[in-house]
Ligand binder design. Structure first.
Ligand code: BEZ
Ligand code: FE
Length: 282
């Protein structure tokens, strides 16, 4: 077989050039990537102009990245790749709480708060009491679990998106469970919001006739000694974007009930959700 490049033998020619052990993970990954990329190019019959557009898109995606912005992850999120990678790496037994996308707005080191504290510091939105229990698959409460929560404010922005407007740590906090495994905090009923859509990914969504919205959700990162780390959200039932989440993060089991308690915005809502962790390493 010739080692010169031909259309018919493009995959073998490129993969045949690799000088690493065929069993090496990098070889397995790259051989498959080359195979699928070449197949894609042939399948759609990419034109030179289209390939140029693709290169320009990826260039701009890289150029907009910085310490505060990761457009490649956003691209992966909006193409469903983040959820797919998450799915194949977190196949959990029935009864365990499901993972979903992490998103770019988590901040390490949120204040440790007392059970019942209010994480909403800007006085906006309708108050909501969040309550539930962290337990294992056998139903035992988990003591010492860290329930790290974050959400957007009533205007649809995270504190880190509006550092000059919102108080630091607005709608964020960490809660450590006691022997009963229970958590309780006050926040606001979250609102739907668009993912950052002022860059190449936003332009792509627009070109594809897709909106950039995520259904309203509260983020949870639940960790405990000896348990697998749980990265998830609870979604607000009835949200009009549940079936068209821009990043495909919704799972039926993560849609939580929100009970309307009163007309007073200070005590308007409550939402109950239990988290079931699997044993294992984080
Ligand atoms: C979020 O829910 O915070 C999020 C997730 C993926 C992309 C953008 C935002
Ligand atoms: Fe979010």
């Amino acid at each position: 077989m010739t080692t010169y490049f031909t259309e018919d033998q493009s995959v073998d020619t490129v993969n045949g050039r690799m000088g690493i052990d065929a069993g090496d993970r990098a070889a397995v990954v790259m051989e498959s990537l080359v195979r699928h990329l070449h197949s894609f190019v042939k399948d759609v019959g990419i034109t030179q102009a289209e390939w140029g557009l693709a290169i320009d898109f990826l260039t701009r995606t890289g150029q907009i990245c910085g310490p505060e912005r990761q457009e490649f992850i956003l691209l992966s999120d909006t193409l469903g790749v983040s959820m797919l990678v998450d799915a194949i790496n977190h196949r959990r037994p029935t009864g365990a709480t499901e993972n979903t996308v992490f998103g770019p707005f988590h901040v390490e080191g949120a204040p440790i708060r007392q059970m019942g504290d209010d994480i909403s510091l800007d006085g906006k939105g309708e108050s909501c009491l969040f309550a539930g229990q962290v337990r294992d698959l056998d139903g035992h409460p988990i003591e010492g679990a860290c329930v790290d929560v974050w959400s957007d404010n009533a205007d649809g922005y995270y504190d880190v998106q509006q550092p000059d407007i919102q108080p630091q740590w607005n709608n964020r906090g960490r809660f450590l469970t006691g022997a009963d495994g229970r958590y309780l905090f006050r926040g606001i009923k979250p609102t739907a919001y668009p993912i950052p859509d002022d860059g190449p990914v936003g332009q792509l969504l627009d070109r594809l006739g897709r909106h950039p919205y995520r259904p309203a959700h509260m983020h949870f990162l639940v960790t405990a000694e000896g348990c697998e780390r749980l990265v998830t959200h609870t979604f607000v039932e009835g949200d009009s974007y549940l079936e068209s989440d821009a990043v495909f993060g919704v799972k039926e089991a993560l849609i939580a009930t929100y009970d309307r308690n009163s007309d007073d915005p200070a005590t308007a809502w409550s939402s109950q959700y239990d988290f079931v962790l699997t044993r294992g390493s984080s």
